[in-house]
Design a protein around this ligand. Structure first.
Ligand SMILES: Nc1nc2c(ncn2[C@@H]2O[C@H](COP(=O)(O)OP(=O)(O)OP(=O)(O)O)[C@@H](O)[C@H]2O)c(=O)[nH]1
Ligand SMILES: [Mg+2]
Length: 194
């Protein structure tokens, strides 16, 4: 299916019509959200990536044929962003999550090398409270050795299970590991045929 950039929104009025299912991607600033989307659809330049945190400031909508929207949400938790800008993002993202009626799930992306931060747990709990499905992904697995990956999976899964969240999917935007598992999960939720 053809994937293309559809629209960038900084205000709710700019969101495209809610005429197809939608999956959003969220996580800390610089965690690798845009890279994950690019890898998922195997297009290197679709979502802009950067080594400068706080790059994605708007909500970016990508269309997958006419079947689906993927949305790249601005990252949270980066202190380098001025407070008033951070407040605007928060408002935009909260409005999005509350009002977007075609939203089927939010992929919550975390760095496998770090333990889930307060921002991640807040988001997960918030989604749960609003009965929005979450898919937890641990990305950048290519940065650790196999034993390092296993150790982190144990550690993070334990912490998430304590708060009764699902088992995470491990992913690498660099190698493509986890791409199929993530599509499978998305397909289960939106019942698409890729
Ligand atoms: N090795 C490796 N690097 C990654 C991976 N995913 C992302 N990166 C790198 O991490 C940096 C941030 O990636 P982005 O995809 O721009 O992160 P983001 O979450 O969209 O960032 P913001 O939009 O600023 O919040 C870039 O330098 C990427 O190349 C991965 O799976 N493996
Ligand atoms: Mg980004």
């Amino acid at each position: 299916m053809e994937v293309s950039f559809f629209k960038s929104a900084t205000l709710p009025e700019q969101f495209p019509p809610a005429d197809r299912p939608e999956i959003a991607f969220a996580g800390r600033s610089n965690v690798g959200k845009s890279s994950l989307i690019n890898r998922l659809v195997n297009s290197r330049k679709l979502a802009r990536t950067s080594s400068t945190p706080g790059r994605t400031r708007s909500i970016n909508f990508f269309s997958v044929g006419k079947a689906l929207y993927l949305t790249d949400l601005p990252g949270y938790g980066y202190a380098g962003v001025p407070l008033n800008v951070r407040r605007d993002w928060k408002k935009l993202v909260e409005t999005y999550l509350k009002k977007r009626i075609n939203l089927k799930a939010v992929v919550v992306i975390m760095d496998i090398r770090r333990k889930p931060g307060q921002g991640d747990l807040d988001l997960l709990n918030w989604l749960k409270a609003f009965q929005i499905k979450s898919i937890i992904v641990l990305t950048k697995v290519d940065k650790l050795s196999k034993s390092g990956v296993n150790r982190q999976i144990d550690l993070i899964s334990n912490q998430l299970l304590k708060e009764s969240f699902d088992q995470p999917i491990t992913f690498s935007a660099k190698t493509g590991q986890g791409r199929q598992a993530l599509w499978k999960r998305i397909n289960e939720i939106v019942k698409l045929v890729e």
